[in-house]
Design a protein around this ligand. Structure first.
Ligand code: RIB
Length: 332
């Protein structure tokens, strides 16, 4: 039978308020000895707070919803892990949902999280979101709880957001290839469907224009941030005689490299590839893939910190842009 807070308080010879203050680590004048005694009894009797009852009183579920677009992409699973860890430090639990990069799922899942009574939301929208900006705009306006757009935005500064400077990332990656003397630098990017892809492409174009290399539409390939799109585009890349490729994320770079190896084309000797996200997979597999790093630990911490401030109704800047890191010669 589950122990109630009343029974625990009786055992500890304390009030239920005292027990609640101690177990929620709230500031109080309760002695350290009493705190230790209450925590020990709670552990011994496996006391679990009844959140449903508590929510009715505090009107807070102490739960945050996190929407990500692709849980199989290590970038998002690492981000989700960091966010969960950070929320836990503030006493929040997490409900994680995955949209498979589909805007209809985004809408459904966000509404579902709200109906479950989450106190706030951390949202990474789908890769097809840009084509449905109005729909998202209406939905986000209707949300009655604090939310933060994480990593991907709709370009509306009024929406609280934390992301990395995508144009800078695309620029650094392309500049590196230009400085290495490549002349026909192609780009595999999701520029038509997501702002992240679009701005990475802008960085690519900026680096080329600075060195008077003309943009060649034949070697700008539309991908979708998934392995398969890189794999399927490899033949086009080779047919157009690219000597280097900037891929807008590591999964597309992996797909490209895989197909090139099947075509007996060696990376980087025959064709150099630069990726984005600096996924752990590369170092685990000993793949020396230069890649733009978006520190997910920093992204997760900053997103949670912003959401907590919004939950506490603290005055704060609601747009945080972080700088990506590109160190092509540091191989973990
Ligand atoms: O790999 C998925 C990509 O989409 C990442 O670069 C991240 O920025 C997300 O927007």
């Amino acid at each position: 039978m589950k122990m109630t807070i009343k029974e625990l308080a009786k055992l500890a010879n304390a009030s239920t308020t005292t027990v609640s203050l101690v177990l929620n680590n709230k500031p109080s004048r309760i002695s350290e000895a009493k705190k230790k005694e209450i925590k020990a009894l709670a552990l011994k009797h496996n006391y679990q707070p009844n959140f449903v009852a508590r929510n009715l009183v505090t009107k807070s579920s102490m739960t945050i919803g996190l929407l990500i677009p692709d849980i199989e992409n290590l970038f998002f699973s690492a981000l989700a892990k960091k966010i969960e860890n950070e929320l836990r430090k503030s006493g929040y639990s997490l409900i994680l949902v995955n949209s498979d990069d589909n805007y209809k799922n985004d809408i459904k899942l966000i509404n579902n999280l709200i109906s479950r009574g989450v106190d706030g939301l951390l949202i990474t929208i789908s890769n097809d979101s840009i084509e449905h900006k109005e729909l998202y705009g209406k939905l986000l306006k209707s949300i009655q709880v604090p939310y933060v757009m994480v990593d991907r935005t709709l370009g509306d500064d009024k929406q609280p957001q934390v992301y990395f400077d995508n144009q800078l990332g695309g620029y650094l990656a392309t500049k590196y290839l230009i400085d290495k003397g490549y002349k026909k630098i192609g780009c595999i990017i999701a520029k038509d469907t997501s702002l992240n892809g679009f701005y990475r492409y802008k960085g690519y174009a900026k680096a080329l224009s600075e060195t008077n290399i003309a943009l060649d539409k034949k070697i700008i390939f539309e991908g979708n941030f998934r392995f398969n799109s890189g794999y399927m585009l490899a033949e086009e890349v080779v047919k157009n005689k690219c000597d280097a490729i900037f891929a807008g994320n590591d999964l597309m770079a992996y797909g490209l490299i895989r197909k090139l190896s099947e075509m007996h084309i060696h990376v980087p000797d025959d064709l150099e590839v630069v990726g984005y996200d600096k996924l752990e997979f590369s170092s685990m597999l000993g793949l020396n893939l230069p890649s733009v790093e978006q520190n997910v630990k920093e992204l997760g911490i900053r997103a949670v910190q912003l959401l907590i401030k919004l939950l506490k109704k603290e005055k704060t800047s609601t747009k945080i842009v972080l700088n990506p890191l590109f160190e092509p010669n540091t191989f973990k």
